[in-house]
Design a protein around this ligand. Structure first.
Ligand SMILES: [Zn+2]
Ligand SMILES: [Zn+2]
Length: 248
């Protein structure tokens, strides 16, 4: 299976898995991976890393925006196969260990089954490992506030609401925002195209997710790489404010 790897900026690659995205940041031969797709996306993930970096072993660290199965799917695999550290916000570390699971439930999905796109999305999610148990046994919290000493020098930005410890990653010099599920540009269960919040059933606390859009609106950048939907070009600030307007 060959991954479609899209170079979107210098040393910045966006990969569309099945219904979910990940980002590869390079600095010479070294690589940072942001998110890992569904468990069922593993072959695509490994192929994308081989295309960009020669081998999955080149990954210095795996950063996770939040511990939902469609982002965490292969984190433990990379950790155990290559010894790659897996880093998250400290509030998301117990979530990655699966001490609890704050993820849309089958019951929530059934209640929303009448909405366009929900049933096909749910069937795909289940086939891709959306409900399998994929804990990371030894996740690590970011060592300190500010830019991480990793390829791309990403800066974690706490944007709670979708989950408690959700972060976006800001690349201030490149003007890029990796927004995860705090701000997306499309989803199989949404009829809207462009910057938006995910549908309500996906958020742990929707009001906090709306408030986190104000945090993103403070960031400089001209390119947004979301967890779902295509890359979005244009001021990050405007994208965040448009999503907020649509959410209110
Ligand atoms: Zn999510
Ligand atoms: Zn997601």
């Amino acid at each position: 299976m060959r991954a479609e790897v899209q170079q979107v900026a210098d040393g910045t690659y966006l990969v569309h898995g099945s219904n979910t995205n990940w980002v590869i940041l390079t600095d010479g031969d070294a690589v940072t991976l942001v998110d890992t797709g569904y468990p069922g996306d593993r072959e695509l993930l490994l192929d994308s890393l081989t295309q960009v970096a020669g081998s999955p072993e080149a990954v210095t660290a795996v950063l996770i925006t939040h511990a939902h199965n469609d982002h965490l799917g292969s984190a433990e695999h990379l950790r155990t196969a290559y010894g790659t550290p897996v880093l998250l916000h400290e509030a998301e570390v117990p979530h990655a260990r699966r001490e609890f699971l704050h993820q849309v439930t089958v019951g929530d999905v059934l209640k929303n089954g009448w909405r366009p796109g929900v049933v096909p999305w749910a069937l795909h999610a289940i086939r891709s490992g959306g409900t399998t148990h994929v804990p990371v046994t030894a996740p690590e919290a970011f060592p300190k506030p500010g830019p991480l000493d990793l390829p791309g020098r990403p800066v974690p930005v706490h944007t709670p609401g979708h989950t408690d410890g959700h972060v976006a990653f800001h690349l201030p010099e490149a003007g890029v925002l990796i927004s995860g599920d705090a701000l997306v540009s499309g989803h199989a269960t949404s009829r809207i195209e462009g910057p938006q919040l995910l549908p309500d059933m996906f958020h742990r606390e929707r009001a906090r997710a709306v408030a986190s859009l104000d945090v993103l609106a403070e960031l400089d950048g001209e390119l947004m790489l979301p967890g779902h939907g295509p890359a979005h070009r244009g001021p990050v600030r405007e994208a965040a404010l448009l999503a907020k307007e649509r959410a209110l």
